[in-house]
Design a protein around this ligand. Structure first.
Ligand SMILES: [Zn+2]
Length: 69
């Protein structure tokens, strides 16, 4: 499948380890959410795509809602 960014097919599927933080001062007391997704990396432009699994997505929603109030 071609890249959404550049339209070329020079992409690689790699293993990722990503710690997701909330930005700014509001984020410092929120837990880091770790995900270990397959990354689809465009080797032309460096753009990357991955899917946050449902369990981790729930953690992000919970933390985000906690910060809104
Ligand atoms: Zn690309």
């Amino acid at each position: 499948m071609p890249c959404k960014s550049c339209g070329l097919v020079n992409r690689s599927i790699l293993n990722g380890e990503i710690g997701i933080h909330f930005p700014g001062l509001k984020g410092i007391d929120k837990p880091v959410v770790w995900v270990f997704p397959k990354l689809v990396v465009c080797l032309e432009r460096g753009t990357a795509e991955f899917v946050v699994p449902e369990a981790e997505l729930r953690q992000l929603r919970k933390s985000d809602a906690a910060g809104a109030g």
